[in-house]
Design a protein around this ligand. Structure first.
Ligand code: FES
Ligand SMILES: [Fe+2]
Length: 401
């Protein structure tokens, strides 16, 4: 397993983080601009928030059969994911034990009974043991047993795959906390990906997350969304894990989030009457946003490409029952959200340009931005502590407005 990492505070002036951690929302201010624009801060985040925590690297269904392999990036680390012969998911640093060539190109997938290095053809079994090293038979003292691949912690949670590259994050159950209970009725583990869009957004990953956590902007930029959901509806959830989230109601005519409010799928079987009238939006730190609808689940999985650039992989997950609907087409969901996503990306990219201005100052929060504040406070506390923990909460006002 990897060496436990040394954790240091982020390269940001602590005096600029103190206002983010104020004890009342009225006194609290947004994160300073350098949190979004500095390459040093991003490098620190990649190490402490991504490599040093549990990062979602995709869906388990992408690695369904023995021998399935893919290489993903977590922070600056390349990780090889493998479904072994017994059906267990394994992960290794994507580095050959010979001279360090990558075992598989990041983003590539393959199915092979072994892991073969493309450089000098060393071959590893799916459990990471070295099975063959051409022309090493006559090298004195060489023992294949000394050169297994270096494992990485990997876990599945409700159909999503998570990796902890540093090997020293607290258990995934602790990281997820009571989010498991919250999402359980949607049974994400039995859903499959029916549609997917990839976007490159010219904004920091936190700008995208913060935008996701409020609907204060909805009347200004989302005419389609305002047709199906009242923007001031819903409530936030108290959490025991590293996540932030809340619910929103559907308008009476709408059964889901789509342009007409109609569904082209089926209602998920485990939902209560109340859950079937809501959409729940949660962000599991650092990179997975989960939107629970009555008939589908949408996720945004983020990978920072630079301080001002993020890859966003948006996926729409449906229950197996939709396969029985003749001519089932997930675009009623994906089209609605593609329109909404693009409206959001334009806003996020504008915010990113504003953050880069010498005229930027740390701003205040409205009560409808309390989840944005909870997220920023979780980030600010993580910058100070060197690791992320459950978001601190400010006191709720007696009358929210
Ligand atoms: S670096 Fe992999 S076989 Fe040489
Ligand atoms: Fe939005």
């Amino acid at each position: 397993m990897s060496e436990p990492m040394t954790r240091t505070p982020a390269p940001i002036d602590p005096a600029r983080l103190r206002p983010v951690l104020a004890s009342t929302l009225g006194e609290a201010r947004t994160l300073p601009a350098e949190a979004y624009t500095s390459p040093d801060v991003l490098a620190w985040e990649e190490r402490h928030f991504f490599e040093g925590s549990w990062v979602c690297v995709g869906r388990a269904e992408a690695l369904a059969s023995p021998g399935d392999q893919t290489a993903v990036r977590v922070g600056k680390e390349g990780i090889l994911l493998v479904r072994d012969a017994q059906g267990a998911l394994r992960a290794f640093h994507n580095v050959c034990r010979h001279r360090g060539h990558e075992l598989l190109e990041i983003g590539a997938t393959r199915n092979l009974r072994a892991i073969k290095c493309p450089y000098h053809a060393w071959v590893y079994a799916l459990d990471g043991t070295l099975a063959g090293a051409p022309r090493f038979g006559d090298v004195p003292g060489f023992d294949r047993a000394d050169y297994p691949l270096i494992p990485v912690l990997v876990r599945e949670w409700r159909g999503w795959v998570f990796a902890n590259a540093s090997g020293d994050a607290p258990p995934l159950e602790e990281h997820v906390g009571n989010l498991d209970e919250l999402v359980a009725p949607w049974e994400p583990e039995r859903l499959f990906v029916a549609a997917r869009h990839d976007y490159v957004v010219r904004a920091n990953w936190k700008v995208i997350t913060e935008n996701y956590h409020e609907c204060y902007h909805c009347p200004s930029i989302h005419p389609e969304l305002c047709e199906v959901t009242p923007v001031d509806s819903g409530e936030n959830f108290p959490q025991t894990g590293c996540w932030v989230g809340g619910s929103m109601e559907l308008k009476p005519h709408a059964v889901t989030m789509s342009l007409s409010g109609a569904s082209g799928g089926v209602r998920l079987r485990g939902l209560s009457q109340t859950q079937a009238r809501q959409v729940i939006y949660v962000g599991l730190f650092p990179n997975l946003l989960i939107s629970l609808h009555p008939d589908y689940v949408m996720t945004h999985r983020m990978e920072p490409l630079g301080p001002g650039e993020t890859l966003v992989e948006c996926a729409w997950l449906f229950p197996p029952e939709v396969r029985e609907i003749e001519g089932f087409d997930p675009t009623y969901a994906s089209e609605f959200w593609d329109i909404t996503n693009r409206e959001d990306w334009a806003a996020c990219e504008s915010v990113q340009r504003g953050l880069a201005s010498r005229g930027h100052r740390q701003g205040p929060f409205a009560w409808s931005e309390d989840e944005v504040h909870a997220f920023m406070a979780m980030v600010a506390r993580g910058y100070v502590d060197g690791r992320v923990s459950v978001p601190p909460r400010v006191q709720e006002p007696s009358v929210a407005g």
